[in-house]
Design a protein around this ligand. Structure first.
Ligand code: SAH
Ligand code: SF4
Length: 353
C-alpha cells in the first residue's frame, strides 16, 4: 500500500526523503506543496526533479478524504460535510462563516468513548481514533474550498466528533502541523481544543506551552450532576478539573472557557448557577451557555431562553464573564455527530444535499 503524504509528520516526511538519498530541502519543498499550496496531486509538485517524482508516484499518494454528504444551513452561514476516510469510516466537519471570519469545527475520533448522554457522537460509541493526518486533512480540505472563494480559514475548533484529549498524541501532532509557520501556518491563538475534561491531559497540553485556546465542557458544577450527564466525569471531580483549567491559564496565559449545554430542568437550575459561580469566580475564565440541541437518543430538551438568561444573570452577578451562544446550523444537524447519526453508518451515508 502506498504511503499517504498527508498522513506523515514533518519529521517522518524528512526521514522518508533522506532514506531515498535526497537532500533534506526536498522534504521542505514537499511540505510546502502539501500545506502552503494545498496540493491535491504529485503532478503539481513541478519543482521536484523527474526522478524523484517518478519514485514518489510509485510509493506515495496525496490522500484526500471523500465528501459523501454536504448540508448548508438555511441562513447559508453553516455548512456541514460528512467526510469519508480511506477505510470507509466517516466524520463530520462544519464550516461556520461569521462576520469575524470563517471558523472550522473538526473531528478527532470516529465516535467517542466518553458517553455523554446528550451527545449524538457519545450515543454512537467509540469506533476509532483519527490519525493526525486525518485530523489535519479536514482543515486542508476546507481551506482549499475557502481559497477557491477568495477567503481564508481564520479559526479552528476541536468541537466535532470525538474527545481530542483521549486521542492525545494525534491531536498534539495535528496542532503542531496546523500551527507550523512553515506549513499550514494557522496562528496558535486561532486554534481551540474543546475537551470533556480529562484533567491529566489538560495539564500535559498546558506543558506544551502553546498559545492554543482551551474550552472545558463542564455542563454541571457539582460532581453528582456532572457524573449523571457524563459517565467519564467519574474519573475527576469538578474541583480537580477547574484546578487543571487554572493550571492551563497559568502556563499559557490563555483564559479558559467553560462550556455548559443547558438542559431544561436538569442542569439549568439556580442551584447549579450558584455552584458554578462559586467554583470559577476566583479565576480568569469565560462561561459559554448553549441551550442543548435535542438528539435522538436523549430525552432532555434545550433550556428556554428565559432560563438560560436567568442562569447567565446569576453568573454575571458574581462577576463571572458569561455569554449566551445561540447555536448555529441546528437545521443542518450541526450538533456534534448528528449528521452521521441521521444518515446512518458509513456504508449508507451516500446522500448529498
Ligand atoms: N469531546 C469534546 C469536543 C467535541 S463536543 C467535548 O466534549 O468538549 C463539542 C461541544 O459540543 C462540547 O461542548 C459538547 O458538550 C457539545 N455538545 C455535544 N452534544 C451537544 C448537544 N446535543 N447540544 C449542545 N451541545 C452539545
Ligand atoms: Fe464525546 Fe464530547 Fe460528545 Fe461527550 S460531548 S460524547 S466527550 S464528543
Amino acid at each position: 500500500m502506498k504511503t499517504d503524504l498527508y498522513g506523515l509528520t514533518r519529521q517522518e516526511l524528512t526521514e522518508l526523503v533522506l532514506g531515498w538519498g535526497e537532500p533534506a530541502f526536498r522534504a521542505q519543498q514537499i511540505w510546502h506543496w502539501l500545506y502552503r499550496q494545498l496540493a491535491t496531486s504529485l503532478t503539481e509538485m513541478h519543482n521536484l526533479p523527474p526522478a524523484l517524482r517518478e519514485r514518489m508516484e510509485r510509493q506515495v499518494v496525496v490522500g484526500q478524504p471523500k465528501l459523501v454528504a454536504a448540508r448548508k444551513s438555511a441562513d447559508g452561514e453553516a455548512e456541514k460535510w460528512l467526510l469519508e476516510m480511506a477505510d470507509g469510516e466517516t466524520v463530520e466537519t462544519v464550516l461556520m462563516s461569521y462576520d469575524r471570519g470563517d471558523t472550522l469545527c473538526i473531528s478527532s475520533q470516529v465516535g467517542c468513548a466518553m458517553g455523554c448522554l446528550f451527545c449524538a457522537t457519545g450515543q454512537m460509541g467509540f469506533r476509532r481514533h483519527l490519525s493526525s493526518g486525518e485530523i489535519v486533512a479536514q482543515a486542508v480540505a476546507s481551506e482549499r474550498e475557502l481559497r477557491r472563494k477568495g477567503r481564508r480559514l481564520k479559526n479552528l475548533v476541536f468541537m466535532g466528533m470525538g474527545e481530542p484529549l483521549h486521542n492525545y498524541a494525534a491531536t498534539v501532532e495535528a496542532i503542531r502541523c496546523l500551527i507550523d509557520p512553515d506549513g499550514f501556518g494557522l496562528g496558535a491563538r486561532r486554534v481551540t481544543v474543546s475537551t470533556v475534561g480529562l484533567a491529566p491531559q489538560i495539564r500535559r497540553l498546558a506543558d506544551e506551552e502553546w498559545q492554543v485556546g482551551l474550552a472545558i465542557s463542564l455542563h454541571a458544577a457539582t460532581d453528582e450532576e456532572r457524573s449523571r450527564l457524563i459517565p467519564a466525569a467519574r474519573g475527576w471531580s469538578v474541583v480537580e478539573l477547574v484546578a487543571a483549567g487554572r493550571h492551563y491559564w497559568e502556563r499559557t496565559g490563555r483564559r479558559v472557557t467553560f462550556e455548559c449545554a443547558l438542559i431544561q430542568g436538569e442542569n439549568d437550575t439556580l442551584k447549579q448557577a450558584e455552584a458554578l459561580s462559586r467554583l470559577v469566580s476566583d479565576m480568569p475564565c469565560h462561561v459559554n451557555l448553549i441551550p442543548l440541541n435535542a438528539t435522538a437518543g436523549y430525552v432532555g430538551q434545550g433550556s428556554s431562553p428565559k432560563r438560560v438568561n436567568r442562569f447567565c444573570q446569576v453568573l454575571t452577578r458574581h462577576g463571572v464573564s458569561c455569554t449566551v451562544r445561540l447555536r448555529r446550523g441546528t437545521d443542518i444537524e450541526a450538533g456534534c455527530g448528528q449528521l452521521r447519526q441521521q444518515l446512518g453508518t458509513a456504508a449508507s451515508a451516500t446522500q448529498t444535499a
